[in-house]
Design a protein around this ligand. Sequence first.
Ligand code: ZN
Ligand code: FE
Length: 263
Amino acid sequence: MALQIDVVPAFNDNYIWLISQPDQPHVYVVDPGDASPVLEWLQQSGSQLAGILLTHHHPDHTGGVERLLQHRSVPVYGPKSARIPAVTDAFHDGDHLRILDTDFRVIEVPGHTLDHIAFLADPGAGHAPLLFCGDTLFASGCGRLFEGDPPMMLASLGKLASLPDTTRVYCAHEYTRANLAFARAAEPDNAAIAERERAVIALREQDRITLPSDLATEKRTNPFLRCHKESVRQRCSEHAGRTLTTEVDTFAALRQWKDNFQG
Ligand code: ZN
Ligand code: FE
């Protein structure tokens, strides 16, 4: 069964995804950092909040939960994390939940935070899987390593990259343009990155959203998924001023380069 995905922007560059079924009133909200735009959307669409999905504890993803629960008492699905006391249904890697007649699989993806999970919705034959990955995988980028280390984050990104190429990627921030400016620096000879950057600049100049992405596009244009490539290893070695020999060393150097990158 097809799912309908809507979005409300929050703060400067957050996206709050809303999951429903066509012609059904029940809506699940992902990472509501702010309640106001969600409540406004519910009112305008005549929909009813049915549950909250949380990927990790950061306030820009959880800050609206309390007020939404005052509006309506609903289940809160999230990681088992002392940092998110509002979670009513805690999930571990490989757990499944069933909402909107759809199977959602939980994938633990520590790195950005230690408690980070992603939700993979499988709407069934004929529909692409949908990945709600918070701040782990971004369009042409990945989350900063606030709590985890490079081997941990690389393993988490590897789990996501192993999903079907058609998987649609619903990440939580509009970072795509800045990410592509960095991706171009990291892979100056990658024509797919240059082409995507042009398309994304055109969208952003009209203030349009650049998401969702899909995994096939990410594998071509996201340098953080391409640290096994010889060209990326060489470029990161040049930038780091030493010979990097492993994928994880390349990933660590790439992440550090991005942390200090001024576009
Ligand atoms: Zn975060
Ligand atoms: Fe965030």
